[in-house]
Each structure stands twice: as C-alpha cells, then as structure tokens.
Ligand binder design. Structure first.
Ligand code: KG4
Ligand code: ZN
Length: 348
C-alpha cells in the first residue's frame, strides 16, 4: 500500500450517498447508495426524498465502506465532506454526519467544494494533477469550465451555463423522446444507432455577439426547445419520430459545443491538460470527440472512469487527502453548509 493520509469522504449533495476512503492517492473503497430510483417517477430529483434517503443510507454506507476497505474509523487521519454546492437538506445530512464522526473520533474535518472534488478525484486514477489543469465539469446540476492552478486553493471559473446544465438538457430531451430518467445514458445508447448529422440543431453561444460576450459560457435551453419543437412538428404531421437520429443529433450539438469551448479555453490560457468530470463525462460521444479534438490540438485528455465521474464519496476523500498533504487548515467543527458555494472557494 502506498503512503499518505487515510481519509474518509462523504458526499450527499444530490441523490447519491457516497462514502469513499483513500490512502494518499490510492482508492481503497468507493461505496455509493443511490436514491435515483425513488425519483424516477417524478422525472427529477425531489430534495426531501433525497434528504430522507441520505439519512437512511448514511450509517450502513459508512459501515460497508470501512468493512470493504478493512479500515477502522479510529485509524482515519481526516474526514472530508461536501459542504456545497448542492441541495440544502441533502448537504446537511452529510455535514452533520461528518461533524459527529470528527467530534467522536477527534479527527480533523475538512468541509469541501463539490466541484473541486470532481476535479481532485482523477488523482486516484491518473496520478497527480498537472498544475494548471483545465477542467470541464458537466453534470445534472452544473456545467463549468474551470482553470485550476491548484485544486487545493486556486480554482478560477472561466464560464458556466447561463440556463440548463448539460445533464439537465439530456434529461429533458430524453423525456420528450419518451426515454426513462435519468435520460443521459438512454440518449447515449439510442444515439449509437442514430445519425448525428441527420438534424442540424442549434449550438448555443457559438456565433456573433453571443460568442464574443460568452466565449466560455454555455446555454442549452434553446437547444432543448428546438428539439421539443422538432419532435412536436413531426408528431402533429402524424409522422414517426426517428428517436435514434434525434438523440444522436441532439447529443452531437451538446458535445460539439462542450469540446470546442474546452479546447479553445486550453489554447487561450496556454494549458496542455484537459480533465472531464461530472455525470455527463460518462457520455461515450463526449469522450470520443474530446479525445479527437485534444489530439489535434496537442492537449492531453484525462477522464476518470464513469463511476468516478458521477457523484461519489471517493472524490471528496481524494480532495481531502490533497488538502492534508498540502498542509491546508482543517475546517471548524461548526462549519456551515452552503447550497450555492462558489467554485472559487475550495474549503468551507
Ligand atoms: O454528476 P451526476 O451523477 O449528478 C449531478 O447531477 O451532480 O450527473 C448526473 C447527470 C444526469 O443528468 C445524467 O443524465 C447525466 O449525468 N449522465 C449522462 C450520461 N450518464 C449520466 N449524460 C449523457 N450521457 C451519459 N452517458
Ligand atoms: Zn456532481
């Protein structure tokens, strides 16, 4: 086993109760209990349902993580927990649990930023992060382009979505197409049998003044509306909707914009390494097109495996271990949650 601090991470910002344990940059366990099935019939995450599910899953998930990693709680060097951004009630469950553990064990506590954790997690897969790294984080709750000189204390936002998050657009379009929630994986699958140039859907904020003013921002709500309208016109005309082609063309519009802007951000800032994170980074076409465009631009691409791209506890533990390593000060035991914690703030 490699050296480094033994850190347990707790993540409850959305609908996944994640508990991960790392030793330095080695992942020991990544235990996740998801309440996604409980939200499916509502077509989106219901905050109160998520909070209750976290409460029920927390202790069993911590116990399972320790058992599978062969770790005793009293051996931990630190506990890290997502303090924000995320659903207020859901965050409270994780932070209260982490505080209780830290207090009972006398262990340092680090309240951390969810987005910084999405960036930090890649060390367990691909080793130390180059400094600086460019990060494209795309999930159901966020779409951000970040310049990261030091994930433990210096993260700069270059752009983010002005309306829907990328994953949200996938989920809403899936609904229009009659596919289940969460829609991303189903669109990904349907798109494999579709033609991505069948329909020329709009690429938000990529031309004219919009592009000038929002070079690294994203907008997906116009695209979502365009898809809904296209499908509606077909249905009104009594024609069958070519689901696979719509899925492929929609997906292409999203990943074209994401990869184009990410590669341009690297060039504009002289950064040679691009990291993808968040649930949408599991998308097969995003991974392929990002690789293609990075190869052309001479950029190294880092993408954690899908299980580490979606929300999990390992990412929080991984950031915690890097904070310990760099000698950052632990959080106070009365640290607050912050549902809209700015990305520039790594620690609470
Ligand atoms: O990071 P995540 O697990 O939770 C947060 O939203 O923070 O991301 C979930 C999002 C959902 O919107 C889901 O549809 C999307 O990630 N997603 C995908 C794929 N797998 C998950 N989107 C596109 N393609 C996928 N393969
Ligand atoms: Zn996330």
């Amino acid at each position: 086993m490699t050296d480094g601090p033994l850190v347990l991470g707790i993540e409850t910002s959305c609908d996944e109760t994640g508990v991960g344990i790392v030793r330095g940059q080695t992942l020991l366990v990544d235990a996740v209990a998801s309440s996604v099935d409980e939200h499916a019939r509502f077509g989106g995450v219901v905050p109160e349902v998520a909070s209750r599910a976290h409460l029920e899953a927390m202790v069993p998930t911590i116990e399972r993580a320790c058992r599978e990693a062969g770790v005793r709680l009293q051996d931990l060097d630190a506990i890290a927990v997502t303090a924000g951004p995320g659903l207020a009630g859901a965050l409270l469950v994780g932070v209260a649990s982490a505080k209780s553990l830290a207090l009972a064990l006398g262990t340092p506590l680090y309240g951390v930023n969810h987005l910084a954790s999405h960036v930090a997690v890649d060390v367990v897969e691909h080793g130390p992060l180059p400094e600086p790294t460019m990060a494209l984080l795309v999930s159901g709750g966020h779409s951000s382009l970040l310049l990261v000189p030091d994930v433990t204390r210096d993260i700069r936002s270059l752009g983010s979505t002005l309306d829907d998050a990328a994953g949200e657009a996938f989920d809403k379009v899936a609904r229009v197409l009659g596919l289940p929630f969460p829609g991303g994986p189903f669109i990904d699958r349907a798109a494999r049998d579709g033609n991505r140039i069948a329909i020329d859907f709009p690429r938000g904020l990529t031309s004219g003044k919009d592009r000038q003013h929002h070079e690294f921002d994203f907008s997906f709500s116009g695209l979502k509306t365009a898809v809904a309208r296209w499908v509606q016109l077909r249905e009104q005309a009594g024609e069958a909707v070519p689901v696979n082609d719509v899925a492929a063309s929609f997906q292409e519009a999203v990943v074209d914009v994401l990869t184009r802007k990410a590669v341009r951000a690297c060039a504009a800032n002289g950064v040679d390494d691009l990291l993808l994170g968040g649930g949408v980074a599991a998308n097969s076409r995003l991974r392929a097109l990002a690789q293609e465009r990075c190869d052309v631009a001479g950029i190294r691409l880092r993408v954690p495996r899908p299980g580490l791209c979606t929300d999990n506890g390992a990412m929080v533990a991984a950031l915690g271990a890097q904070l310990v390593d760099r000698g950052r000060t632990p959080s106070r035991l009365d640290l607050p949650t912050d549902s809209s914690m700015p990305v520039q703030q790594v620690q609470a």
